[in-house]
Write a protein that binds this ligand. Structure first.
Ligand SMILES: Cc1ncc(COP(=O)(O)O)c(C=O)c1O
Length: 409
């Protein structure tokens, strides 16, 4: 039984009474995150590597956060975790290092279902190095990736395959495990964008066997900080674009300049929150076990909410839902539901909902290729309702009733 009332007390932002369905754009922040950040400023605010107390406290919390993220992603060691400003900056940053491995005529595989943060960096390095881009399409009927096309796109010239774990536009979960296996067969690198997967399901980079994976803490109840995972040997091998005095090894060589240490402390708070969700009163669990249980609890609850939202949206006249819509396939998607509403521009729908204190995003969400492929770029894109585990069935009822009123007027 998911204790939703108790869960909501961890999120002070919810006290405003608004209904937050804007979660794929960024979630509310857990109280544990705020406490970690406040404590950082109070007791540990200093640059790193100093001989004095605050600097040592700062280094200690950064190390603890790195270890916690390594456990969250099931990385083999904390040095495989690189912090940065956000996923986009980290991806552009590492792409420059990967470019050094490429020769003219090499190929990079990208998909039309991805956010541009997992497309544009690869287009740019392909241009720099004279490489070819191979595009993988998706099926517009249910917005699932064409895995046969992916297989056909990968060949002995392939050097990198960039794939999203879950779509920010329509919620589809991709078979990343299979994509990584296909990539490995030809000795290419795999880069996984897990930004939209991380808030909903537990990641296991060792099980996926991916080379690189990125996510962003502000999408999973934390502060604005990006996270890049990379296999240790690969990160050590890559040439980092860095200043000379910076460390020669991972993660130091990739963490450009002074990091937002307070945010990194906040990431630790977010993981403490999620681990707490999986820990019963008086129980003592290993961090991975606690995180796994916490994520399992929120995943089951989100599935219930998804079914209610799916059923509700299908009763709104003129509403066209995108992506996977069958209730029995709800496990193949994250709880991000997008639609168009007949007679309405998507921005207008978002504005009408905002007037009722229901927050949703509209537009293309930087999933430019997906929106173009669906032929929706000329009607303000799509309306996106993205659930998080602090949402409730009552909030969904309210949304459905407002959408119905819009169609009635
Ligand atoms: C799937 C996906 N990838 C990448 C990004 C970019 O993340 P960031 O804002 O951390 O750069 C987003 C942001 O919405 C996203 O949804």
């Amino acid at each position: 039984m998911f204790k939703i009332d108790e869960v909501r007390t961890h999120f002070p932002g919810l006290d405003s009474g608004a209904i937050f369905f804007d979660n794929p754009g960024g979630t509310q922040v857990a109280r544990e995150v705020m406490m970690r950040m406040q404590n950082y400023f109070l007791y540990a605010n200093a640059n790193h590597g100093g001989a004095f107390r605050t600097s040592q406290a700062s280094d200690a919390v950064v190390l603890e956060a790195r270890e916690a993220v390594a456990t969250f992603l099931n990385a083999a060691r904390p040095e495989e975790i690189v912090f940065g400003q956000n996923m986009t900056s980290l991806t552009l940053h590492i792409s420059r290092s990967i470019a050094r491995l490429l020769q003219p005529g090499d190929e990079i595989v990208v998909t039309r279902l991805d956010h541009d943060a997992n497309i544009a960096p690869w287009l740019l390095i392909a241009e720099d190095r004279g490489c070819e881009i191979r595009w993988v399409d998706f099926r517009p009927e249910d917005c699932t990736l064409d895995m046969q096309a992916l297989e056909a796109a990968i060949n002995e010239r392939t050097k990198l395959v960039a794939i999203g774990y879950a779509s920010n536009a329509v919620g589809t979960i991709n078979d990343v495990r299979q994509a990584v296996q296909l990539t490995r067969r030809v000795g290419a690198l795999s880069f996984v964008d897990a930004v939209q997967y991380a808030p909903h399901k537990l990641i296991d980079v060792q099980e996926l066997d991916c080379d690189l994976l990125a996510c962003s803490a502000y999408k999973f109840f934390g502060p604005h900080t990006g996270i890049l995972y990379g296999k240790y040997d690969l990160l050590e091998r890559l040439t980092a674009y860095k200043v000379r005095p910076a460390g020669q090894h991972t993660p130091d060589k990739f963490e450009t300049g002074t990091q937002s240490y307070e945010s990194i402390a906040g990431v630790l708070g977010a993981l403490e929150y999620l681990a707490g969700l999986g820990t019963g009163e008086g129980e003592k669990l290993e961090r991975r076990e606690a995180l796994a249980r916490g994520m399992q609890a929120l995943e089951s609850y989100e599935e219930e909410l998804s079914l209610a939202l799916l059923a509700g949206l299908q009763t709104v006249p003129g509403l066209k839902l995108l992506g996977i819509t069958a209730a029995e396939r709800v496990g193949q998607r994250v709880p991000t539901f997008s639609f168009t509403l007949e007679g309405w521009n998507s921005r207008q729908v978002a504005e009408r909902l905002a007037a009722e204190d229901i927050y949703v995003w509209s537009g293309d969400f930087y999933a430019l290729e997906a929106i173009a492929r669906l032929g929706l770029e000329n009607q303000g894109g799509i309306v996106r309702v993205g659930l998080a585990h602090y949402n409730t069935a009552q909030e969904i009822d309210k949304l459905i009733s407002v959408l119905k009123q819009l169609q009635a007027n």
